[in-house]
Design a binder for this molecule. Structure first.
Ligand SMILES: [Cu+2]
Length: 160
């Protein structure tokens, strides 16, 4: 006749627990490694730093000028965005949303800049621009005009 073996139950429970914990630790370590690898990754050598770029699907030709000339670090400033069609016609009455981030650091902007003024002739004022550190930044603009949306990305290497 067999007796319920509470000792082996306990052992099994311990094995299960340590296995689960070990698995979690492993997942955590892999995630940390991936994060570190991303942070230590080199800036791609083939980045396009142009201030005039076509949107992803080629719908808009977009350029920017910073109110300060060169884009500063740790200084609130404005951008003027100019949007044209591929054949050079200014894009009027566009709706624009934007966001910026540092791909190597996994953080974004310290402010929430937005388009505050339609200046006409395809020009739009972006207020509240600020970059809190030097390095590689990417600014993303989503442009909707004439019922079509496209996004454009500007790479910047800011010097502190
Ligand atoms: Cu950063």
């Amino acid at each position: 006749m067999k007796q319920p073996n509470s000792k082996s139950k306990l052992v099994r429970a311990l094995i299960w627990t340590s296995g689960t914990l070990g698995g979690l630790v492993l997942i955590y370590m892999i995630a940390m490694n991936m994060m570190m690898a991303q942070m230590n990754s080199e800036v791609p050598t083939d980045l396009d730093y142009s201030t005039t770029r076509f949107s992803e699907n080629g719908l808009f030709n977009v350029s920017y000028i910073a109110s300060t000339g060169t884009v500063p670090v740790n200084q609130l400033h404005q951008w003027t965005l100019h949007i044209e069609t591929p054949d050079g016609q200014p894009v009027e009455n566009a709706t624009i949303t934007l966001d910026g981030d540092m791909p190597q650091h996994g953080h974004g902007l310290p402010t929430q800049p937005r388009v505050t003024k339609n200046l006409g002739n395809g020009d739009y004022l972006v207020d509240g621009m600020k970059f809190q550190m030097g390095g590689w930044w990417v600014m993303d603009f989503n442009v909707t005009a004439n019922g079509q949306t496209d996004s454009v990305h500007f790479n910047m290497m800011l010097k502190q």
